[in-house]
Structures are given as C-alpha cells and as structure tokens.
Design a protein around this ligand. Structure first.
Ligand code: PMP
Ligand code: GLN
Length: 394
C-alpha cells in the first residue's frame, strides 16, 4: 500500500464505483430476494448449443488460444446471420471481429476510435459500461435524454442535433434500448443516419437485443441506412440471444479499416477469449428461424406477465417494445427516489430491481424510474408479482 495521499483509483474511473449489477445481485443473495435486477436468464439456452460447447471442449477445439479475430467458423456464421436477417454483407475475414462479449466490443471500439477530448453522444439512460469506457478512452460523454412520451421513452431529434459540436467524434446508439425497452423507429434511425452523414460522425450501435423485439416493433440495424455501412460499428452478442451470458461471446461487424482499428485495441485487452464457446455459438447462429421466434414469443409472454404484475402492484409501467427489461415509474406508489426504493425493496417485498438513475448524468431525470428484468422462469415471475402486490397495502 502506498503512503501517498494520491487516490489509488485514477481520476478517469473514480466516479464509477462498483457496478449496480454486482451490488444488486449481491443484495439479492444476501436477502434471499427474487433477483429481477441484473439481466441474466435463470435457465440456460438450447441444449444442442450447450452440447456443441461440450463437444468442442472434448474434441480439443478452442482449448488453446483461438485466432485473434475469432475462429473462422464463427466469423462466417456471424456474417451469414447479418446477410440472412438484414441483407448486410460482411467479409468474414476483414469485416468481422469476435470479442469477449459485447462489453469488450464496446471497450475496444471506444479505446480505438477516441482521442482524448473527443465528445461521444449517447442516449441517457445509458448502459453503464458506456460511461466508463468513454472515460477510460479519455473522451467526454454528452448525454441526450430519452424522455417519457405516451407510454415509452423517446428521443428528441432536435436535442440530438443540438448536441453535436465540432468536437463530436461519434454517436453511441443502443437499440433495442437498455433500460427503457425503446426500439428506435425507421424515422428516428433515418434522422440519426442523416445527421451522422451531414456531420461526418462515426456511429457505434449496440444491438445486443436485436432478437428481442415485440408487437409491431422491428429491429432495423443502423448499418442498413444510406451512408451508414462505412461509418458504423455494429455490436452483437450471443449472451442475450442464446441465454448463455456467462460465455461472453460478442462481435463487431464493420468495414475493414474500422474492424482493424478495433482489433488494435482488442488484442491488448483480452487478445482472445471463450475458445470452445466460439464453436458452440457458430452453431447457435445457424439455428432455424423457429428458435428465434420461439425465444421471442416466450419472452413476450414473460413481459406481459410481469407488466401486469407491476401494474397491479401500483407501478406505472412502460411496456417495452424490445429487450428483457421493464422500466417503471414509482411515483404512483408515493415514491420519488428509485435508489432508496430499490435498497428497501428486498425488505418490503423480497424482490431486487435496478434504479435507473445510475444510468443518467442528470440523476434527477432518472430518479423515479426503476427497472425490472423479466428473463426469468414463469413461476419466478408469478412469485415476484405476488410479492410486489404487497406494496399496494404498505
Ligand atoms: N450492451 C447492452 C445494452 C447490455 O445490456 C449488455 C449486458 N448484457 C451488454 C452490452 C454486454 O453484453 P455482454 O454480456 O455480451 O458483454
Ligand atoms: N446487461 C446486463 C443488465 O443490464 C448486466 C450485465 C452486467 O452485469 N454487466 O442487467
């Protein structure tokens, strides 16, 4: 331990503390609560995909360092997925990079593309690693707040335009959006694309919930919009789509110069990861459409179950068009401080949730909102709804 008075944690990271997900999952374990906080499923993904990982491990595939950009089978499967779903063609050798989850993809992309002082525009509330990675890269985050409007959180395009300055380097987009469940519409994405072209901005788009869109919502990758393919880094992840969040297999698709830049940073972060799991995810990406449809339908039923439970308990519910999170407003329960509410919730109802304020720079704008994850077994969601119903009478 140094005796200097200088703090050990550097200035760039000092504001971040422990992630809310770790804090709230620990609270759930400590109090024996139902954990609707951290977004991970409580059942594993398809058996055949798990078996594919076992086979790879036993056959000695991926037990030593895989190739830096990812195994060819997985890069080919990622490119085929983008082609089949979205008619986006990427060369598996030069335009696809496998990462240690979307988390590393975000980190490597920002570390590669930002110079100190560059501004990054991100929608607020933003996924927590965005802020930390922008800071580690020496960038400045410029939040544009999504605001409640007729039952969902929407982007104000004028505010977005006004946030762009001569120092703006990139737009960091997330659709479907965690934590609000907003799915950007064709009109919104068109406007974002036009702005990026007009101001010559790079775009990083986090699409890890691409397969979780409900009702009439449609996932439209930003890279498909005019002028975007060459300036967009698209980030995906197997964690959400195949319910294996612990495997940490993510990826980047972009034009060769962008992939090459991201790889420059990635090679010094993990170099490679998840060897045998890469083989399994290559198989998972080739599952028939019936898998993706059944997965979405299952999550849709879970969304409706938890949304109804939350509404019955007295929350205002923002029904998500995508992701596996529901954002609620706690003010109808007579509460205004999401942090205090979430810290007390295990005791009051035996349930853990996430205060959305942690995803805001303007904390007051996020204060009354609380996020619940519904990627849990039906009986768990039913039990949570029953417990939360107590709030009405407390
Ligand atoms: N982006 C968003 C929006 C997320 O919610 C998450 C968390 N799952 C990630 C990235 C990180 O994904 P991964 O687990 O693949 O690192
Ligand atoms: N993406 C998950 C969530 O939003 C958490 C991932 C993590 O714990 N870093 O809940």
């Amino acid at each position: 331990m140094t005796s200097s008075t200088r703090p050990l944690l550097n200035r760039r990271l000092a504001e971040f503390g422990t992630t809310i997900f770790a804090e709230m999952s620990a609270l759930a374990v400590q109090t024996g609560s139902i954990n609707l906080g951290q977004g991970f499923p409580d059942t594993d993904g398809p058996e055949e995909v798990r078996e594919a990982a076992v086979r790879a491990l036993r056959d000695g595939r991926g037990n030593q360092y895989p190739p830096g950009p990812g195994i060819p089978e997985l890069r080919t499967a990622i490119a085929a997925h983008q082609e089949r779903r979205y008619a986006l063609s990427y060369d598996p050798d030069t335009e696809v990079l496998v990462t240690a989850g979307a988390t590393e993809a975000i980190a490597a992309t920002l570390l590669a593309l930002l110079e100190p002082g560059d501004e990054v525009i991100a929608f607020e509330p933003y996924y927590d690693s965005y802020a930390a990675c922008i800071a580690m890269a020496g960038g400045t985050r410029v939040p544009v707040t999504l605001r409640p409007h007729e039952g969902s959180f929407r982007l104000d395009l004028d505010e977005l335009r006004a946030a762009v300055t001569d120092r703006t380097r990139l737009l960091l987009i997330n659709t479907p959006h965690n934590p609000t469940g907003t799915v950007l519409t064709r009109e919104e994405l068109t406007a974002i694309a036009e702005l990026a072209v007009e101001r010559d901005l790079l775009v990083v788009t986090d699409e890890v919930y691409e397969h979780l869109v409900f009702d009439e919502a449609e996932h439209l990758p930003l890279a498909t919009f005019p002028g975007m393919r060459e300036r967009t880094v698209t980030i995906g992840s197997a964690g959400k789509t195949f319910s294996f969040t612990g495997w940490k297999v993510g990826w980047v698709t972009a034009q060769p110069a962008l992939v090459s830049a991201v790889r420059s940073a990635k090679q010094f972060l993990t170099y490679v990861s998840s060897g045998p799991f890469q083989y399994a995810v290559a198989e998972a990406l080739s599952l028939p459409d019936t898998y993706f449809t059944a997965f979405r339908e299952d999550m849709l039923a879970k969304r409706d179950l938890l949304a109804a439970g939350l509404a019955d308990a007295g929350f205002e519910v923002f029904k998500p068009a995508g992701t596996y999170f529901i954002t609620t407003d706690i003010r109808p329960l007579g509460e205004t401080d999401g942090f205090a509410f979430c810290r007390a919730l295990p005791e009051r109802a035996g349930v853990v949730a996430i205060p959305n304020a942690v995803f805001y720079d303007h904390r007051e704008a996020g204060a009354p909102f609380v996020r619940f994850a519904f990627c849990k077994r039906t009986d768990v969601l039913e039990a949570a709804a029953e417990r939360l119903a107590k709030l009405r009478t407390q």
